[in-house]
Design a protein around this ligand. Structure first.
Ligand code: LMR
Length: 330
């Protein structure tokens, strides 16, 4: 009798324990390196809020966002994801060379004429295939997010490629970007985003390339006297997660999370257009930095100097893929 009572009690305790284990929501940590008032920051917060309001995910998933490299820099976040220390990140497309060098396509200077062309390529079959191209390394791309076209900055006006000669430019971890600055006689220095302001302030670097929202939100315009509106390349993101985490989710949870992510990305993309305009204007209005618009002849000189970089990476990226990306300009 006593034995039966004990085993019933044990069963009840175990049952309650497993019930409470089931009730524990999954925490999804979303780590990124930029400020909250940027396309990526706004997208991440939107995703968190959509998940919180989603009846399909109520009590099942909680998203925590860590902006400003609070949790990881981009060079650490990929490993952290495989270890399960973070579930979602959205590194710039320039940071995936080690995982799939074909993604270097996005760094080729003067390949895309504008963000609409970038978008067309991303949404094409080839662009979508790139999203799932790192599965064997343990990563799944959930979508692309825009930031915008990049502008050049330094402590002197950069009107022609000769102006860049001998200057140290901070770059992201991409060999195409290194080759791009070498092509104009610059010295590329690979450094994490979190260090850029200090590197500029202490003059450890002379210049950099960034979209308007990164320049403004990180106050780079306060430590760079000149910005050239060059639109010479793109800085966009891939939202990624680990295959182990993603495939391990219940199907209904995965479907709901993907829906919320798609909605957040659409919102982030709308914001990217708005932020690019607003932040450029705010930089001009601040008068901390002079924004220079290239003449058509000056721009052509940058194109002529930088475009030979394509040839160097043609075999790595694939000439076919480059041709298809070019078609997105039409
Ligand atoms: C950079 O390192 O410059 C960018 O990747 C930062 C970002 O996420 O926009």
């Amino acid at each position: 009798m006593k034995k039966a009572f004990l085993s019933i009690t044990a069963a009840v305790v175990l049952g309650l324990a497993s019930l409470s284990a089931q009730a524990e929501p999954i925490t999804v940590k979303f780590s990124h390196v930029v400020a909250e008032n940027t396309p990526k920051g706004l997208m991440a917060n939107k995703f968190r809020d959509l998940v919180a309001a989603d009846p399909a995910l109520k009590d099942k998933v909680v998203v925590e966002v860590f902006p400003n490299s609070q949790l990881f820099d981009d060079d650490k976040v990929m490993d952290a994801m495989l270890l399960g220390d973070v579930q979602i990140a959205a590194p710039s497309l320039s940071k995936f060379q080690k995982y799939n060098p074909q993604l270097l396509i996005y760094d080729l200077p003067f390949l895309f004429k504008d963000i609409a062309a970038v978008d067309r390529f991303q949404q094409s079959e080839d662009g979508q295939t790139l999203l799932t191209s790192m599965k064997d390394k343990g990563y799944i791309g959930l979508g692309y997010l825009h930031n915008g076209m990049k502008q050049l900055s330094a402590n002197k006006p950069l009107k022609t490629p000769e102006d860049a000669k001998g200057l140290k430019f901070r770059i992201q971890t991409s060999d195409v970007l290194a080759a791009q600055f070498e092509a104009v006689g610059g010295v590329p220095v690979k450094k994490p985003f979190s260090e850029v302001f200090t590197l500029m302030q202490t003059k450890a670097i002379d210049g950099s390339e960034n979209p308007w929202s990164n320049i403004y939100s990180k106050k780079f315009h306060e430590v760079q006297s000149d910005i050239t509106e060059s639109d010479h390349g793109v800085l966009d993101y891939m939202v990624i997660t680990s295959s182990e985490f993603w495939d391990g989710l219940d199907e209904d949870v995965r479907t709901a999370l993907k829906k919320d992510m798609d909605e957040a990305v659409t919102y982030g993309n709308e914001m990217s257009v708005k932020k690019a305009d607003e932040d450029k204007q705010a930089i001009i209005d601040s008068k901390r930095s002079t924004v220079y618009t290239l003449t058509a002849e000056e721009r052509q000189k940058w194109v002529d100097a930088m475009k030979p970089v394509w040839d160097k990476f043609k075999d790595t990226i694939g000439a076919d893929l480059i041709d298809k990306a070019l078609k997105a300009n039409e």
